[in-house]
Design a protein. Structure first.
Length: 316
């Protein structure tokens, strides 16, 4: 029987975080361990805290490493340290609530990794009013036969439209095969309006790139060669991996902020827990200014009215 490695204690800000089983291999491609994962998040500390700050956050946990079972956890468990912060969110469909992690400092992230969290999936709203999103998320989601060259082309179209709207988009790799673009918005609208605005934008991208893009609602009806502009990621309680979140795959890829001028050169598979720390040390947090570039959804909602955009049913 393999002997368990001794726990280590890390000083993270004013708190001590105990990391059990630090030598457990989480990412088999290169052999990175649980402690390597903690150290990765510490190395991008300002970035991951900025991405998660004051947002309800679902945790994707891998107690045995990414080759094992994946656990989606909304509720912070009993026995969490008293300095951990949470935010209560309600789920009307089920008549329930959950006290979810609400990151305000780096020790909260380290604690979550001690609890075997690999991926951080925050809401696009904050605890001041969880029903009013302050982030519009553009998910460029390639279908199975869609190559990354097509993702790049569509990203440029999305950037062009954002510029015309006067909106500042903050791109990042998804950690998978696609790209995400975030836009900070005024927290004036509910999820339904934000999703409707996102759909109006998706339709405009499709109009300008009809050979590359689909907004077809049912997955089974989409051309597998096209890119889906996934407006559904703006629905209530739908989350995607945050900036600087590691993804639960053997290579430990990272959802990595990039500059627009990198779109044509970036190879998402090259952004991993092994490479992103040096990039962060050189460039800092490329999303650091996102809170200073706030956009009003009014023009998009006018597009939605003009085009008779009806919000589709809630995604399952």
């Amino acid at each position: 029987m393999a002997q368990k490695s001794a726990a280590v204690e890390l000083e993270v800000g004013p708190h001590t975080v105990r990391i059990s089983n630090p030598d457990r291999v989480y990412f088999p491609a290169r052999g990175e361990t649980k402690l390597d994962l903690v150290n990765y998040y510490l190395s991008v500390g300002d970035g991951i805290v900025n991405a998660l700050r004051e947002r309800p956050c679902m945790l994707h946990r891998f107690p045995s490493g990414v080759a094992g079972e994946k656990v989606h956890q909304k509720r912070v468990p009993n026995g969490a340290p008293p300095w951990l912060e949470t935010v209560r969110v309600h789920f009307p469909r089920y008549g329930r609530h959950a006290d979810e992690l609400c990151v305000t400092e780096l020790a909260h992230v380290a604690w979550a990794v001690q609890m075997s969290t690999v991926e951080f999936h925050p809401w696009n709203s904050r605890r001041a009013d969880t029903e009013k999103p302050d982030e519009w998320r553009i998910d460029l989601d390639p279908m199975p036969d869609c190559g990354f060259d097509r993702v790049r082309r569509v990203a440029h179209v999305a950037h062009e439209i954002l510029d015309e709207l006067g909106a500042v988009g903050w791109p990042k790799t998804s950690g998978g095969r696609g790209l995400h673009v975030y836009v900070r918005i005024e927290p004036r609208w509910g999820f339904s309006d934000v999703r409707r605005a996102a759909l109006a934008f998706a339709h405009e991208v499709e109009r300008r790139a009809p050979d590359d893009v689909t907004t077809t609602w049912w997955r089974k009806d989409r051309d597998p060669r096209l890119l889906f502009v996934d407006y559904n990621q703006n629905a209530r309680d739908h989350t995607i991996a945050s900036a600087y979140s590691v993804r639960g795959n053997p290579e430990g890829t990272v959802s990595t902020p990039i500059r627009w001028e990198e779109i044509d050169d970036v190879e998402p598979g090259d952004c991993t827990i092994a490479t992103v720390p040096a990039r962060f040390a050189e460039l800092g947090d490329l999303h650091a200014g996102i809170d200073d570039a706030v956009f009003s959804l009014d023009p998009l909602l006018e597009w939605a009215d003009r085009d008779g955009v009806e919000e589709p049913p809630e995604p399952g």
